[in-house]
Ligand binder design. Structure first.
Ligand code: GLU
Length: 417
């Protein structure tokens, strides 16, 4: 299955419940603009290499478009389109004044030196600078990009358009970044896992958690849940699954990752080490958090899942057929567009601070993040009860309804971005 098709299926399940007019439905599903560019970089040895870069601007009915930049070898137009669409529903579900977009380059950032990565980013900005901006489309980090990439992006964009740090979020904290932005996605995942467990009467010490991916999202979610006294029994990355039935020492794993040249858990030996794929089907796991790639829980492996709760830290980790099967088995799925919205929420706080030339404390960021996520969770939970639908369909219904309403208020005549 292709990623955009999966997103469309989720959209349509909700659109049907909302009895949306087919013309409106199609208008909301289709991206506003898709851009594909050539990105040429000179390697340190003088060789020229060419990559394909994308920016898909899905919707701007509720405000400037917003969404990350992904550097990963599997990035393609279909995936970026799906991720851009998810951003539209995500910003709507947490009620940020934004639309949705996504960008990326089909590149393995691990194969490039830091200087090559910088040149790649600057070359990409040269190609897309005129379609992004603080009032039109605001990029941010995603898989394979971080605060350094955001810093280079801003610097290159400002060469064309002048000083405006609000053009991009997830910047270095010393360079107009927001405190708490880096931890935000993982913190939000952790926060809502705690909330959901409380709602379904699962107590922290008896609720065992497994997290796929120990990157920015997975590691911060692990830290939050560890501090909330949930035993995190397994985490994984490309080097394997790290398992301890009594709960892993998360601060120790964190330190290991910090010292590894590629931020991996490779070489960590204070627990059992299993193959990477083992994580999804571990016995005795109550909460499973896929926090890496999309499409990891599919029709062909859904039967192996033993957890009773899935919290989607990643974007699009569950394919629609598997999702129906999980629902049939009574497994609760907290969907990506709600569960991982903490990142874009703090991106919004960063943008607000940049525009006001004002800095918030970490405490304020965390407080406002907690409130925004909790309100959105309550709303999704109540909607799911009211319409007797899954949390995913409820989240899509809320998001779609807000975007539909914005278009209605604009008389169905939105301007371009
Ligand atoms: N890439 C993140 C996401 O998928 C964050 C986007 C943002 O901060 O704009 O939600």
């Amino acid at each position: 299955m292709r990623a955009f098709e999966a997103t469309q299926i989720y959209f349509e399940r909700a659109a049907e419940k909302l009895e949306l007019d087919p013309g409106i439905s199609q208008m909301l599903e289709m991206p506003k603009r898709e851009v594909q560019v050539q990105v040429t970089v000179e390697r340190d040895n003088g060789e020229l290499v060419n990559y394909v870069g994308f920016r898909v601007q899905h919707d701007n009915s509720r405000g400037p478009m917003k969404g990350g930049l992904r550097y990963h070898p599997e990035v393609n137009l279909d995936e970026v389109r799906a991720l851009a669409s998810l951003m539209t529903w995500k910003t709507a579900v947490v009620d940020l004044p934004y639309g949705g977009a996504k960008g990326g380059i089909g590149v393995d950032p691990n194969e490039l030196s830091v200087r090559e990565l910088e040149r790649l980013t600057r070359a990409f900005v040269d190609q897309i600078h005129d379609i992004v901006g603080p009032d039109t489309d605001i990029p941010a980090p995603d898989m394979g990009t971080d605060y350094r990439v955001m810093g280079w992006f801003r610097n290159q964009w400002e060469k064309y358009h002048g000083f405006h740090p609000a053009v991009i979020t997830g910047k270095p904290v010393e360079e107009y970044g927001a405190k708490g932005r880096e931890e935000a996605t993982g913190r939000g995942v952790g926060l809502l896992t705690v909330k959901l467990c409380k709602r379904i009467a699962r107590k922290p010490p008896e609720t065992r958690v497994a997290i796929q991916g120990f990157g920015n999202v997975g590691s911060h979610a692990a830290k939050f849940l560890h501090e909330a006294e949930f035993p995190v029994v397994a985490v994984s990355d490309v080097s394997g699954t790290y398992y301890d039935a009594d709960g892993l020492n998360i601060p120790d794993l964190f330190r290991h990752k910090l010292h590894h040249p590629r931020g991996l858990l490779e070489g960590y030996s204070h627990c059992e080490v299993l193959p990477m794929q083992a994580l999804l089907s571990l016995p005795g796991v109550d909460v499973l958090i896929p926090a890496a790639l999309g499409g990891v829980i599919r029709e062909d492996n859904v039967d192996e899942i033993q957890a009773s709760v899935i919290v989607e830290g990643a974007n699009g980790p569950v394919w629609p057929d598997a999702d129906l099967e999980l629902e049939r088995r009574g497994i609760t799925v907290l969907p990506d567009i709600l569960a991982n919205a903490g990142g874009v929420t703090v991106s919004y706080f960063e943008w607000v601070q940049n525009r006001q030339h004002y800095r918030w404390s970490l405490d304020r960021v965390r407080q406002e993040l907690d409130r925004t996520m909790s309100d959105a969770f309550e709303n999704v939970w109540q909607t799911a009860q009211q319409f007797d639908v899954s949390l995913r369909t409820a989240a899509f219904m809320i998001g779609i309804n807000r975007v539909r309403r914005a278009n209605e208020l604009a008389g169905w005549h939105r301007s371009g971005g």
